[in-house]
Design a protein around this ligand. Structure first.
Ligand SMILES: [Zn+2]
Length: 322
């Protein structure tokens, strides 16, 4: 956050983001309140030294929502930059603990998975991934620690040249950055012989269904699902924890486990190894009592019973693309 923890002092309106020359603007009260809410719900993470930039709408037409960068040492290390469309490929950062750059496109709406709120959860999710795995690549030569395991749970494995995504019938697919499609790479060819799938088709055929159509790689698939989960239950049928539970039960379990591990790391467990805190249905961290657990389990059972909701969210993911 913009405080004394940053290596080069607080940000001011008009300050230029070092690499992209994007000009920092003034956040609205609603934007700051949303940031506060999102940070309260993710208070298990350490945000000391993170810089949040609210880029001025009149100065920047970048067709992306936001980006997160963290080189870990203040040195340019491209492999540590978020590799997705929402992020810059140049991992040059001068802040003490990462730059979160909120671009004008995500400042159009404040609340909801499609608005600033969803973007903040997504980008803070990248920060958390980085803090946990010390790399913003889940699969491949730069992946470290246990990120390969998490990627595998979501259906991603290392290929010869790039990560591959599993379908339900034993096929492996690679993401084509040029046109956003997935190309058949190896394994069993689908019965209809298709060798190219768009993201919607790939999503339907995926072994583990991504929650939005933005899943260029494991890291982005994870950040999208994490946002959906942490927003809690929402009235918007495709914008909250219930959507992840109904539309991708397998991914829901992976995300719930990841989230609980993050919460436990900060909040701890009791002597019997039970979590002291859990994520409540509204997204807040609450004490892990039997009443809370029961309430959550009842809702989860109801979500599972209601089944899949289609079609998926289109707009937010489209906006992410260049
Ligand atoms: Zn991202």
């Amino acid at each position: 956050m913009p405080d004394e923890q940053t290596s080069d002092g607080p940000m001011r309106p008009g300050e230029k983001q070092p690499e992209e020359k994007q000009i920092n603007g003034v956040p609205t009260v609603q934007e700051l309140e949303t940031l506060k809410d999102v940070m309260t719900n993710t208070s298990h993470e350490n945000y000391r030294g993170v810089k949040v930039w609210f880029i001025r709408p009149d100065e920047n037409a970048t067709p992306m929502l936001a980006k997160y960068e963290n080189d870990g040492k203040g040195k340019p290390t491209p492999e540590n930059a978020c590799a997705g469309d929402c992020c810059s490929k140049r991992g040059i950062s001068r802040s003490a603990n990462g730059d979160m750059v909120i671009l004008p496109l995500s400042r159009v709406e404040t609340k909801g998975i499609m608005g600033l709120e969803g973007t903040l959860y997504h980008e803070l999710g990248h920060h958390e991934q980085y803090m946990k795995y010390k790399s913003l690549e889940f699969v491949g030569p730069f992946a470290k620690n246990k990120s390969n395991e998490l990627a595998k749970e979501m259906g991603w494995v290392a290929g010869k040249e790039q990560p591959l995504f599993k379908d339900k019938t034993g096929g492996l697919w690679s993401h084509n950055e040029e046109d956003g499609t997935f190309r058949f790479d190896s394994g069993s060819l689908p019965k209809d012989g298709k060798r190219t799938l768009d993201q919607l088709q790939m999503r339907e055929r995926a072994l583990v269904k991504p929650i939005t159509t933005y899943f260029d790689n494991a890291m982005e698939m994870h950040a999208e699902a994490l946002s959906m989960y942490r927003m809690g239950e929402r009235a918007d049928i495709r914008g909250g924890r219930q959507y992840l539970a109904t539309d991708s039960p397998k991914l829901y379990e992976t995300i719930k486990k990841f989230d609980q591990a993050s919460i436990d790391k900060k909040m701890g467990q009791d002597e019997q190894g039970h979590s002291k805190f859990v994520r409540g249905l509204d997204g807040r961290l609450v004490e892990n009592t039997s009443t809370t657990r029961q309430l959550i389990e009842q809702r989860e059972a109801a979500w599972r019973a209601s089944g899949s909701i289609d079609p998926p969210l289109p707009a937010r993911t489209h906006k992410r693309h260049k």
